[in-house]
Design a protein around this ligand. Structure first.
Ligand code: NAP
Ligand code: GDD
Length: 349
């Protein structure tokens, strides 16, 4: 019989790639989506899997809908990816972020405990747990010093996952994933913001790129590589927690420089620092030592920094070129306003 998986947050970057990965493994895939005034299935359409997945309406603030999703899908495995995932927005909506990104984890774990404790559970934990004050590679034993409402909510989810594992014997794993990007990344995250702007500037549709903290360093990997690690964690004999990264760290400035290089432009002529994009607190360094995942899961990253930047810039270029030629296809950028239109609390500081 086919294995069944439930993915919360199937409309997001990781949800879409994981759904594709699991379909290729022969799974019957179910995913939760939120009712929105405008449908948001572009990633599933982009990967050509919209017709192959089963969709269940559910919201993480609505416990009943989560319970219903588990009952409908009767999954062997739940991949809990849904969250308010943007660190910047968590400073603007700290309470909502706690509800969704923190308490949402407990709602899914409780549904498992009450309906079928045999369901395996993956929690989308994050390198943001480590927070500030680090300067060397981080592993599963490094201290957590969360530095945003998002990271604090994720730390709560991390511990709830461990508690349900220890208290109730649920097969529950934390994947402590460092940043992972792709052409399906949301436009508000810095890598895609850069690749999209570089493509538009190269084609003469935009003139400049406004960024915040250029010195921040991140360990950026490729999302399709990372979703495989989620699946591998749930195929082991025992549940455990794993760091997933590339063990390399690069600054936002380096990302911008490399991206402009690809289209033959000098980044310094186009990038402007704008304090609106500075966070009240920021994490300046993250780098993930994935030795444990390599040894136990046999996982390692296939795409590293240079290749990642190329994939993202080339795909955004290709999309805008097609758009200029009058083609319309599932893709987010034409619907996204310039960030200059968005007013946040940061603007009034
Ligand atoms: P994403 O693209 O922002 O996707 C988030 C998903 O959560 C979307 O499907 C979104 O639905 C859904 N969601 C948000 N609020 C919800 C709510 N109240 N109820 C139900 N669903 C809700 O994020 P991602 O990059 O794929 O990341 C997946 C997970 O991994 C997240 O938990 C994130 O925090 C975590 N993570 C990501 C990274 C990374 O670098 N990408 C690293 C470590 C951990 P809509 O489409 O309707 O908004
Ligand atoms: N978004 C954004 N926009 N970030 C900027 C900008 C800008 O204009 N300018 C500089 N940055 C800096 C941020 O201050 C941060 O230090 C860094 O770029 C990365 O920001 P994001 O791309 O927004 O990602 P993140 O690291 O905060 O969070 C992502 O990775 C986490 C894993 O470490 C998200 O995917 C989280 O969900 C995930 O947990």
């Amino acid at each position: 019989m086919k294995k069944r998986a439930l993915i919360t947050g199937i409309t997001g970057q990781d949800g879409a790639y994981l759904a594709k990965f699991l379909l290729e493994k022969g799974y019957e895939v179910y995913g939760t989506y939120r009712r929105l005034s405008s449908p948001n299935f572009w990633r599933l359409q982009y990967l050509d899997i919209f017709e192959k997945v089963n969709l269940i309406p559910a919201d993480l603030v609505d416990t009943g809908s989560i319970v219903e999703a588990v009952k409908i899908s009767e999954p062997d495995e739940i991949y809990h990816l849904a969250a308010q995932s943007f660190v910047g927005a968590s400073f603007e909506q700290p309470i909502g972020t706690g509800e969704v990104t923190g308490l949402g984890v407990t709602r899914v774990l409780e549904a498992i405990r009450q309906i079928d404790p045999g369901i395996k559970f993956y929690q989308a934990s994050t390198s943001e747990l480590y927070g500030r004050g680090h300067s060397s590679s981080l592993n599963e034993n490094s201290p957590f010093r969360p530095a945003s409402p998002y990271a604090a909510a994720k730390l709560y989810g991390y511990w709830l996952t461990r508690q349900y594992r220890e208290a109730y014997g649920i097969f529950a794993c934390n994947g402590i994933l460092f940043n992972h990007e792709s052409p399906l990344r949301g436009l508000e995250f810095v890598t895609r913001k850069i690749s999209n702007a570089v493509a538009k500037i190269a084609l003469g549709i935009e003139k400049e790129l406004r960024l915040g903290n250029l010195e921040a360093k991140r360990d950026w990997g490729y999302a399709p590589d990372y979703v495989e690690s989620m699946w591998l964690m749930l195929q082991q004999k025992e549940p455990d927690d794993y760091v997933i990264g590339t063990n390399e760290s690069h600054s936002v400035k380096e990302f911008a420089e490399r991206a402009f290089d690809i289209v033959g432009l000098d980044w310094q002529e186009y990038v402007k620092v704008d304090k609106r994009f500075l966070r009240p607190l920021d994490v300046n360094f993250l780098q993930g030592d994935y030795s444990k995942a390599k040894a136990k899961l046999g996982w390692k990253p296939k795409v590293k920094f240079d290749k990642l930047v190329k994939i993202m810039v080339n795909e955004d270029l290709n999309r805008w070129e097609r758009w200029l030629n009058g083609e319309r296809f599932p893709w987010d950028a034409p619907n996204y306003p310039s960030e200059a239109k968005i007013i946040t609390r940061v603007l009034r500081v």
